[in-house]
Design a protein around this ligand. Structure first.
Ligand code: PLP
Length: 482
């Protein structure tokens, strides 16, 4: 099937729709319109509609230029030495570290910034070092990313109790009474870890940051996965003080990839026991004696040589976001998300059946710019999301399909039961996602995948308009026809 650009239900012209949108969001144009043409000009030059900001943010041309200028005009060496090129690099690495703390308003007396490969690397540092015992609890929401789910393997290995807190359809938020019950169950004298995403990378739900202090008061260390939240929301660590915060910088400003961060409260960091040591993490180690002494603070957690040439680009990226204004980005993303939700949900086949089902909140209250959805035909038959992706690809629209490394939210959204999941897991030793989908289909005719669109720093009205136009092309088509 080719998706036509015009359909029986004629869409309002882009200019007309834009005028209405701007009238409803008067400060939308502020700050970013010209950046789209300059810093992010490659999007329109190459004709891309980028709707996968939750997968990865986009970098500005000026970020690349600033980083390239720095590299071209200096000589930098490995920061582990004491020579001039090394010392120059050490200074910039420490400057970047200090800037990260400042960006998140984290007092250096309270927090340490540890550079990692990515958010998953930061999560693994916590998981492998957290002092779980048989008396500990690991509590986590259903809608965590797999890199947070994976910590359960460390918890299980040490005999800790692992509990998942469900998210509840249709909004995919947590029942706060249930949360309070679970928090009350742990022994506050043991080591207990509670992990949740500040924003779900599946549904866009933003869980309350005011869960943090009460959980801590009941004897829990709180791990806030901020990877999907920080690109478009302010995380003020002078106001909210989770014990651990994990994130990837490319999600915020696109470049560089390969650098993430664990922001850890010093008191919580002191609890962690590293399972090994490496170059850079020790003051001294002996071969003939079996001893070693760990460095203090961040250095004890940064294995080997940090990606030192890239770390100044983190400061450049954060300054870039500040130059636009995080609040400006937040407002624009909220406005575009609201427009998308309203206009996608309004799409109906001629028999009045809805084209789109959204998994998660359908308004902009306490949610970010990530929307999980599926297309349905006039007979409520699911339209294969991989087929939708293939058709989007033909129009240079970048979206994401699958389960987004967030199986729990998907299981709830698609009404999948424990029995169905277990049945399909025992089917084969190693399964691909596609085999898993086929199994679910054969067991119960169910689906486990969705389409995800997400907006971010460089998104404009034309991007979201183009996606709604694309969606209109599916109206009144049967799933088989598509
Ligand atoms: C909420 C959330 N947590 C963690 C991660 C893992 O990030 P990374 O793949 O950069 O390690 C992601 C990535 O999509 C995410 O969205």
């Amino acid at each position: 099937m080719t998706i036509p650009t015009t359909t029986k239900t004629t869409p309002p012209a882009m200019d007309e729709a834009l005028a209405k949108f701007q009238a409803e969001n008067p400060d939308f144009a502020a700050g970013l319109a010209d950046r789209r043409a300059t810093d992010y000009g490659r999007l329109d030059r190459l004709g891309h509609v980028y709707l996968d900001y939750t997968g990865g943010g986009l970098y500005a041309q000026s970020q690349l230029q600033a980083h390239l200028d720095l590299l071209n005009n200096n000589v930098f060496g490995n920061p582990h030495s004491n020579n001039p090129t090394s010392l120059a690099m050490t200074e910039l690495v420490e400057q970047a570290r200090a800037y990260v703390l400042k960006y998140f308003n984290a007092s250096p007396d309270e927090y340490v910034a540890i550079f990692t490969l990515n958010a998953s690397g930061a999560l693994k540092l916590v998981g492998e070092s957290y002092p779980f015992t048989a008396d500990s609890h690991y509590l986590l929401t259903f809608d965590n990313h797999n890199s947070v789910n994976g910590i359960r393997e460390f918890a299980h290995a040490r005999g800790a109790n692992v509990t998942y807190l469900p998210v509840v359809p249709p909004d995919l938020r947590v029942d706060e009474n249930k949360l309070a019950e679970h928090l009350a169950q742990a022994d506050p004298h043991q080591n207990n870890l509670f992990a949740y995403p500040a924003q779900s990378n599946f549904s866009g739900v933003q869980h309350p940051l005011d869960w943090i202090a009460p959980a801590q008061a009941r004897g829990w260390d709180v791990l806030l996965d901020a990877a999907a939240f920080t690109p478009t929301n302010r995380l003020d660590l002078s106001r909210w003080q989770p014990d651990f915060v994990t994130l990837s910088f490319y999600k915020i400003f696109g470049y560089p990839t390969g650098v993430g961060c664990l922001l850890a409260r010093k008191s919580a960091l002191a609890k962690l026991h590293r399972p090994w040591f490496a170059g850079g993490t020790i003051t001294i180690a002996s071969v003939q004696g079996t001893n070693y002494q760990l460095e203090e603070g961040a250095a004890a957690f940064e294995d080997g040589t940090v990606s030192y040439l890239l770390l100044p680009a983190v400061e450049i990226g954060l300054r870039h976001i500040e130059s636009i204004g995080l609040d400006t980005i937040h407002r624009r993303v909220a406005a575009l998300t609201g427009w998308l939700l309203e206009n996608l949900l309004a799409l109906r086949h001629d028999n009045d059946e809805p084209l789109i089902r959204v998994y998660g909140p359908t308004d902009t209250d306490c949610r970010g710019g990530t929307i999980a959805l599926n297309f349905y035909d006039p007979h409520s038959q699911l339209i294969d999301f991989q087929r939708v992706e293939a058709l989007a690809n033909q129009q240079n629209i970048s979206l994401r399909t699958g389960c987004f490394c967030n199986p729990g939210a998907g299981e709830v959204a698609h009404g999948l039961t424990e029995v169905e999941m277990t049945t399909c897991f025992t089917d084969k030793e190693r399964m691909t996602f596609h085999q898993f989908l086929t199994c679910l289909q054969s067991v119960d005719g169910k689906n486990a995948g969705s389409i995800r669109i997400s907006v971010g720093v460089a998104s404009n009205f034309a991007d979201v308009f183009r996606f709604v136009q694309f969606a209109r092309g599916f109206l009144n088509k049967s799933a088989a026809e598509v």
